[in-house]
Ligand binder design. Structure first.
Ligand SMILES: Cc1cc2nc3c(=O)[nH]c(=O)nc-3n(C[C@H](O)[C@H](O)[C@H](O)COP(=O)(O)OP(=O)(O)OC[C@H]3O[C@@H](n4cnc5c(N)ncnc54)[C@H](O)[C@@H]3O)c2cc1C
Length: 403
């Protein structure tokens, strides 16, 4: 039996993965979030605890010692629910977690048997953390002198990489990164100018390689600070052939990003759940629950959270039933609607509770900063246009929602 100290709930028998996640998130991770945020440090201790609890391999197939969660295993909802629970405690932790879990889904889908054996064992036995890095924004912001981008050259037995990637989540915590790189030129997958469909490579990079360096001076953002999404530099980094995942072009041809778009929404839901839960306690404590405006705001929050949960359940079921075409566009719809539900829920919380809900140690100000920044991961205008194009029967991009 385990007891959740925050909720007081006790759970009989062997706890499920979700129950273990719940306890860790509420009793341990939530208390560490402020420290990681202030120091912009990767949540190392949280990942240590996830590993110790047997949760790090959630997206590793069962034959390899994992829990067999995720869209590739047609067991999607448990993974997304874990992510929501982690996001309730700390959105930065959830982003690092998603990057890890999504990488394992890709290895499961596209890795060969030898790669799966090697890398899944590293996760399950040794606690190795993964992430996937594409980010090479090409359009400089005003005053930005630094440029981002990688070049990839074929070499004997593999490839040589040079250049930089930005937004390299978990840069100081992960052991492996799947690098999405384009031999046709800089831009990765998201910012590719070439279209990259034929040639984009997924190269597994050992982040202990001495040719890599992490520039921590760039990462001073408004939120998501604990993701440690630094700039990483590659100086003649050699990646051997046997660390190529899938065929060149398979990431975009298989629309793999579309499996991860609703996973971001699972994190946004965690932000909404955290704000809702906080507001309930706050309003009860202040004796304001009799106010009709408060009641309306709480009603909206309750409906928003339920709506977001139902959307995720719907999309997860489509993945699990193998209705992949429908799952892809439903994932974009869910990503769009849950972004707005989460944002609105947070604002209801702030309006109902008042100014002191935005004063530390209340978590609401951190959630506001984190959610504001996290949502920039994809552009909601482009997502909605993509949903519209699909509804009109026009060509659309369910991965990066490019016009
Ligand atoms: C917290 C966080 C963690 C992240 N972690 C990772 C990670 O682990 N791995 C990874 O690969 N990436 C990661 N990213 C990066 C992310 O994938 C994007 O690459 C990043 O947000 C791009 O930065 P930007 O919005 O400033 O740049 P831009 O790409 O320049 O976008 C600015 C705006 O312009 C829009 N835009 C772009 N092109 C056009 C166009 N042609 N016409 C009109 N509008 C356009 C964009 O949609 C956006 O709204 C992360 C981002 C965040 C916020």
């Amino acid at each position: 039996m385990i007891t959740n100290l925050a909720s007081g709930r006790t759970v009989a028998g062997e706890p499920t993965a979700l129950q273990k996640t719940d306890v860790l998130a509420h009793d341990v991770f939530a208390g560490r979030a402020d420290g990681y945020d202030r120091s912009a440090a990767f949540p190392t201790e949280d990942f240590d605890d996830l590993f110790a609890a047997g949760l790090l391999g959630a997206a590793v197939p069962r034959p390899y010692g994992g829990l067999g969660f995720g869209p590739q295993q047609r067991n999607t909802l448990p993974l997304w629910e874990m992510t929501t629970r982690l996001a309730e405690a700390d959105l930065s932790l959830a982003r690092c977690w998603e990057g890890h879990a999504n990488s394992l889904v890709l290895i499961d889908a596209l890795g060969n048997e030898q790669q799966q054996r090697r890398w899944f064992e590293g996760v399950v036995e040794r606690g190795e953390i993964w992430v996937a890095w594409s980010g090479e924004p090409q359009a400089p912001k005003p005053g930005e002198v630094r440029t981002f981008g990688t070049t990839v050259a074929a070499a004997e037995g593999g490839w040589i990489l040079n250049g930089t990637k930005a937004f390299a989540t978990s840069a100081t915590g992960a052991r492996w990164a799947i690098l999405l790189v384009d031999p046709a030129g800089p831009g990765g997958a998201r910012h590719s100018a070439s279209g990259a469909a034929d040639g984009l490579l997924m190269l597994a990079c050992d982040l202990t390689d001495p040719s890599l360096s992490v520039d921590t001076s760039w990462w001073d953002p408004v939120g998501m600070r604990g993701t440690a999404s630094h700039v990483v530099r590659f100086d003649d980094t050699f990646i051997p052939h046997d660390q190529l995942i899938g065929e060149p072009g398979s990431y975009l041809a298989g629309h793999w990003q579309s499996a991860f778009v609703p996973h971001y929404a699972a994190s946004f839901l965690g932000a909404a759940e955290a704000a809702y839960r906080y507001a309930l306690g706050y309003l009860e404590h202040q004796g304001k629950t009799g106010d009709p405006h408060v009641q309306q705001r709480v009603g909206s929050m309750a409906v928003n959270v339920d709506t977001a949960r139902l959307w995720l359940r719907h999309v997860a079921a489509l993945w699990d039933e193998g209705r992949i075409g429908e799952a892809r566009i439903a994932g974009s719809r869910a990503r769009h609607v849950i972004e707005h539900l989460a944002e609105e829920t947070l604002h209801h919380c702030i309006r109902a509770c008042g100014a002191r809900s935005l004063v530390r140690p209340a978590p609401v100000e951190r959630i506001l900063r984190d959610l504001t920044f996290y949502q920039r991961h994809d552009n909601d205008d482009h997502i909605l246009a993509s949903v519209g194009r699909a509804a009109l029967g026009l060509a659309h991009d369910p991965s990066f929602h490019k016009p």
